[in-house]
Structures are given as structure tokens and as C-alpha cells.
Ligand binder design. Structure first.
Ligand SMILES: NC(=O)c1ccc[n+]([C@@H]2O[C@H](COP(=O)([O-])OP(=O)(O)OC[C@H]3O[C@@H](n4cnc5c(N)ncnc54)[C@H](O)[C@@H]3O)[C@@H](O)[C@H]2O)c1
Length: 334
């Protein structure tokens, strides 16, 4: 089997690439990524040790290059995206370009090359917006609230239209918040772990009462694999492990596991109109047999262990000029 993965040097993409290379040893796995600030070259050093992994640096918006590369592939799993909500409030155009035009160039390729049997489009629960109580199903109204989720929702509509008009074998996955190894330290959980390991203050937006549902990245990889094999084209599947936590709860749990004092928490002004709660119903993928296997605690234990053992990986990012500038501008009091 020939499988192409976009964004395979990023967080979920690299976990999935490693998962699939190890499980499907006879398959050829092509990893294409532009290596933006979000991709760590040290991740590629690890993936390149896998004999069936091949990496090509390319922008997914380069439609001609993408078409040439993907010709002959049977499965595409599309992760590549600009993903950080905070950055989407400043660099909105980059988000619209990669997340919408980039997706368009993948869709056009699939339409032309005909060899693709499954296209897995990785979307997010953020397209539904915030919900006070209950959970969104795949039928719920789309109500994105920030440029990141607007760009993801737009891409979802584009994918569905290509399914309707050109019958491309597309499946959309709307996953809740992931955590685990190889996540960029600008994101909430790795920032908390790495700052705590460095004995630095950990910024917490507002009162920390925002609620998120978490899933350990390994479970997301299993869900994607299940949908490649058993998902129905044209369908959307929510994916979550239903581990709902307020941000302050998550932070306190991390500090407890690391045996660090809660006085490391520093409340910083909340971002405007920060979504209060995300929650999705997952009966549809459960009917296919999906069930997460990692509890929040076990996932956190593995994640913390990984960040403790791979300090070179995250220090490479945190010591970079780009990250320092970003961090200083975002949290001037730190
Ligand atoms: N992380 C989460 O909690 C989460 C939850 C739900 C959905 N998602 C979705 O999953 C996907 C992966 O998220 P992630 O957290 O792993 O992201 P990430 O930011 O860690 O990685 C994104 C990757 O895409 C690459 N990339 C960006 N622009 C590109 C371009 N123009 N051409 C080629 N490559 C490009 C980057 O270099 C990076 O390697 C995204 O589509 C995201 O919307 C993520």
C-alpha cells in the first residue's frame, strides 16, 4: 500500500507516521511537509530511521508539485495546517492560505490522479464552536469563532463539495484536543510541562475555567486507522476520549505529577471571546468499534515521561529566536 501523509513532521502527523510505518511495514509511506516553525527537524531525524518512511519538503499549496508527488498513491491522510489559534488572530492570511488553498490543491490532485482510494481529512471539533452543556454531533450547526476554526470549517465544506460533485473518497475526522509526545511547546500541555521542568512560571488564560475534552494522540492514530479501513466516504466522524477538564484542573494535575508547586501558575489576561467549552458526541465512530484506551492520567504520565526524556527536542524549539520572540510578545510579564 502507498500512503501519503501531509504535515507528517508536526505533532499528530509525526505520531501517525510513526504508528503507520511500524504497523504496516510493507507499505511505502511518503511524508510531505513544508517544515514551518511548527515542525521540528529532530522529529524527522527519528522518522527517517524507519525504513519505509520517505520525506519530501514541499508546500501543499504547490499544486503542480503535489500532483507529481502523489501520483500512484492510494491513501492520503491530510494533517498539514496552520494550527495555533493565538497565531491565527495575527497571521490570518497564512491560515486561510494553507488550510483552505492547501486543501484545495490536495483535492484537485485527488480529482485528477484517480489512484486514491481513501482521503482522510483531519479537521477539528473547533468548527462547531463553544457549547455550554451537552455535546455536538456530526449533524450540529457549524459555528467557528476564530480565524483558525473558520479556515478549518471552510476546508471541510470544500471537501464535502468535492465528495458530492467529483465523488472523491473523502472522510472527515473532527477530533477534540490532542496531547502527547512531539507537540510544539507553544501549546497548552507541553508549555506547562516544559516550563515546570525549567522551574518557570506557567501562563494560564483568565480564571482557567475553560473546558476542553482531551484525547491521547495514540488513540487518535487508532481512530484514523479505523476510518481508513472501515469509514464511509462522504461521512464526518467526531473523535474524542471524553476526558473533559478545565484548564486549571489540567495544570494542577501536571504540577502534581511533576511534584512542582502550584505557585508556578501565573494568571494572564484571557484572549477576547475565548471559547468556554468544547464537547462532541462520538456514537458514530463508536458504532464502528472505536474506543479510546488511554485514560487522561495514563496519557499524561506518558507525555510527561517523554518530555522529561527528550529535553533536547523541546529545547531546540524553546531556545530558538523565533520562539523567544513569540513568547515575549505573548506573555510580556514572563
Ligand atoms: N493538535 C490538536 O489538538 C488538534 C485537534 C484537532 C484537530 N487537529 C488538526 O490536526 C492537524 C494536525 O495538527 P497538529 O497539532 O499536529 O499541527 P502542528 O502545527 O503540530 O503541525 C502542522 C504541520 O503542518 C506543516 N505545514 C504547515 N503548513 C504547511 C504547508 N503549507 N505545506 C506543507 N506542510 C505544512 C507544518 O510544518 C507542521 O509540520 C491539523 O489539521 C489540525 O487542524 C489538531
Amino acid at each position: 500500500m502507498k500512503i501519503a501523509i501531509t504535515g507528517g513532521a508536526g505533532f499528530i502527523g509525526s505520531n501517525f507516521t510513526s504508528f503507520i510505518c511500524k504497523k504496516y511495514k510493507q507499505s511505502q509511506i511518503l511524508n510531505i511537509d513544508r517544515m514551518t516553525y511548527a515542525a521540528n527537524p529532530l522529529t524527522l531525524q527519528i522518522l527517517n530511521k524507519l525504513p519505509n518512511h520517505r520525506f519530501i519538503k514541499i508546500d501543499i499549496c504547490d499544486s503542480k508539485g503535489i500532483e507529481e508527488l502523489l501520483s500512484g498513491y492510494e491513501i492520503i491522510v491530510h494533517f498539514a495546517a496552520e494550527t495555533h489559534v493565538d497565531r491565527s488572530l495575527e497571521n490570518t492570511r497564512d491560515f486561510l492560505t494553507t488550510n483552505i488553498s492547501g486543501t484545495l490543491s490536495i483535492l484537485e490532485t485527488i480529482k485528477k490522479i484517480k489512484s486514491i482510494k481513501r482521503y482522510i481529512h483531519i479537521s477539528t471539533d473547533e468548527v462547531y464552536g463553544s457549547i455550554q452543556s451537552g455535546s455536538f454531533t456530526e449533524e450540529s450547526k457549524i459555528n467557528p469563532t476564530n480565524p483558525y476554526s473558520v479556515s478549518k470549517a471552510s476546508a471541510d465544506f470544500l471537501v464535502l463539495s468535492y465528495f458530492r460533485y467529483f465523488n472523491i473518497p473523502a472522510i472527515i475526522i473532527r477530533s477534540t484536543n490532542n496531547f502527547g509526545p512531539f507537540q510544539h511547546p507553544e501549546k497548552f500541555i507541553p508549555l506547562a510541562i516544559t516550563n515546570a521542568l525549567e522551574g518557570k512560571k506557567i501562563p494560564l488564560y483568565g480564571d482557567g475555567k475553560q473546558t476542553r475534552e482531551w484525547i491521547f494522540v495514540y488513540d487518535t492514530c487508532r481512530a484514523i486507522e479505523m476510518l481508513i479501513n472501515n469509514g464511509e466516504p462522504g461521512q464526518i466522524y467526531n473523535v474524542s476520549a471524553h476526558q473533559e477538564k478545565t484548564n486549571i484542573e489540567t495544570l494542577k494535575k501536571i504540577l502534581k505529577m511533576l511534584e512542582k508547586d502550584e505557585n508556578l501558575i501565573l494568571n494572564v489576561p484571557d484572549r477576547p471571546s475565548h471559547d468556554v467549552r468544547y464537547s462532541i458526541a462520538t456514537e458514530k465512530i463508536e458504532k464502528l468499534g472505536f474506543k479510546s484506551i488511554y485514560s487522561f492520567e495514563n496519557g499524561l504520565k506518558e507525555t510527561i515521561k517523554w518530555y522529561k526524556e527528550n529535553q533536547q527536542w523541546w529545547k531546540h524549539i524553546k531556545n530558538s529566536t523565533g520562539f523567544r520572540q513569540y513568547y515575549k510578545a505573548r506573555y510580556p510579564s514572563l
